[in-house]
Design a protein around this ligand. Structure first.
Ligand code: PLP
Length: 296
C-alpha cells in the first residue's frame, strides 16, 4: 500500500513588536498546512501507525476520542484517503457537533461509550471488535512508538538550527517525538513544551517514559488557562490580535496557548537577546468551529 503524502510544511517568519524589541528571531513551522483535515502532528503521529496496519493487512481502523477530538477527525480523513474503513469510539453521551459531522462525512462510524467503560480501551476494542479480523486498534490521540517515530521526522526537515523549539502538549507524544529528533541529531536546541491541561507536571513522567534515553527539556506549566479547552478573555484577545496581524490561524485549545506563552516569556526576558526560536503549528483549526461563542 502506498501511504505517500507530500509534506508541505514551510518555516515562515513571525514578526511582532515584542520579538523585535527583545532582539528575537521567531519562525513558525506550518504543520497545519500538511492537510486540511489530517493536520499537523496528527498526520505525523498516524503515518507509521497506518503503515503498520497496512503491513498487518488490516482494513478497519478503530480509534478513540472525545467529541471534539482532532485525532478522531484526522483518522476519519486518513482512513478515507488511504482506503481503510474506520470506527470512532466517542467518550460520553451521544451528541452531535461540527467536528463529528466531518468525521461522519468521511465515512467514520461513531459509537458513543459511557465515561466509565471508555477508560479501558483495550477491553472496549476486544468487546466490540474481538471477532473482526480486519480491525486495528489505534490508541487515543495516536499515542504509540510509531507516532513518536513519525513526529521525530519533523526535526530532519528543519532548514537551520534553533536555540528553542516551542510546541503545545496534550499527551506529550508530539513532545517526545521532537525531543527524540533533536537529541538523535545531537542538536543543542532546547525543547519547550506548553501543557494545555492543568497540573501539566504529570507530563514529565509520561514524556520521559516515551524517550529511550534521558534528554533535557522544559515544560511551562502555567499556560493552561484553567484547563483543557478552557479560555480567558486575555487568551481570546491574544488570538484575535495574532490572527489578524499575521494571517496565521490558531485555536484556543492548543496553538493559541503555546503562542501566548512564547509572547509572554519573551516579554518577561526569558530568552537571551539574539535567540532563534521556532514555534510548531500543530494544526487543529477545526476546533475553532465549535468555539465561536467564546469570541463574542
Ligand atoms: C493533538 C494536538 C496536540 C497535542 O499532541 P500530543 O501529541 O497529544 O501532545 C497539539 N496541537 C494540536 C493542534 C493537536 O491537535
Amino acid at each position: 500500500m502506498d501511504l505517500h503524502l507530500d509534506i508541505f510544511s514551510p518555516v515562515q517568519p513571525i514578526r511582532s513588536k515584542i520579538f523585535d524589541d527583545k532582539g528575537l528571531t521567531v519562525s513558525i513551522k506550518r504543520d497545519d498546512l500538511i492537510h486540511p483535515v489530517i493536520s499537523g502532528n496528527k498526520w505525523r503521529k498516524l503515518k507509521y501507525v497506518l503503515q503498520r496496519a497496512a503491513n498487518d493487512r488490516k482494513t478497519h481502523l478503530v480509534t478513540f476520542g472525545g467529541a471534539y477530538s482532532n485525532h478522531l477527525m484526522a483518522t476519519a480523513a486518513a482512513a478515507a484517503k488511504f482506503g481503510f474503513k474506520a470506527t470512532g469510539l466517542v467518550r460520553g453521551e451521544p451528541v452531535d457537533n461540527q467536528m463529528l459531522f466531518i468525521c461522519r462525512l468521511h465515512g467514520m462510524q461513531l459509537l458513543f461509550v459511557d465515561r466509565e467503560s471508555y477508560r479501558d480501551k483495550p477491553a472496549l476494542f476486544a468487546e466490540n471488535f474481538g471477532n473482526d479480523e480486519q480491525a486495528f486498534f489505534i490508541d487515543e490521540g495516536g499515542a504509540s512508538a510509531e507516532g513518536i517515530k513519525g513526529v521525530a521526522e519533523l526535526v530532519d526537515e528543519l532548514p537551520e538550527s534553533y536555540d528553542h523549539i516551542f510546541c503545545a502538549c496534550g499527551t506529550g507524544t508530539t513532545a517526545a517525538g521532537i525531543i527524540k529528533g533533536v537529541s538523535s541529531k545531537g542538536l543543542q536546541t532546547v525543547f519547550n513544551g506548553i501543557p494545555v491541561l492543568k497540573n501539566g507536571d504529570f507530563l514529565r513522567a509520561d514524556i520521559d517514559g516515551m524517550l529511550s534515553r534521558p534528554s533535557p527539556y522544559h515544560l511551562h506549566t502555567d499556560y493552561h488557562f484553567g484547563g483543557y479547552a478552557k479560555t480567558t478573555p486575555g487568551l481570546i484577545a491574544f488570538i484575535k490580535d495574532f490572527v489578524s496581524n499575521t494571517g496565521v490561524l490558531i485555536d484556543p485549545v492548543y496553538t493559541g496557548k503555546m503562542l501566548y506563552a512564547l509572547h509572554d516569556l519573551a516579554a518577561k526576558d526569558h530568552f537571551a537577546p539574539g535567540s532563534k526560536i521556532l514555534a510548531i503549528h500543530t494544526g487543529g483549526m477545526w476546533g475553532l468551529l465549535d468555539m465561536q461563542n467564546k469570541f463574542k
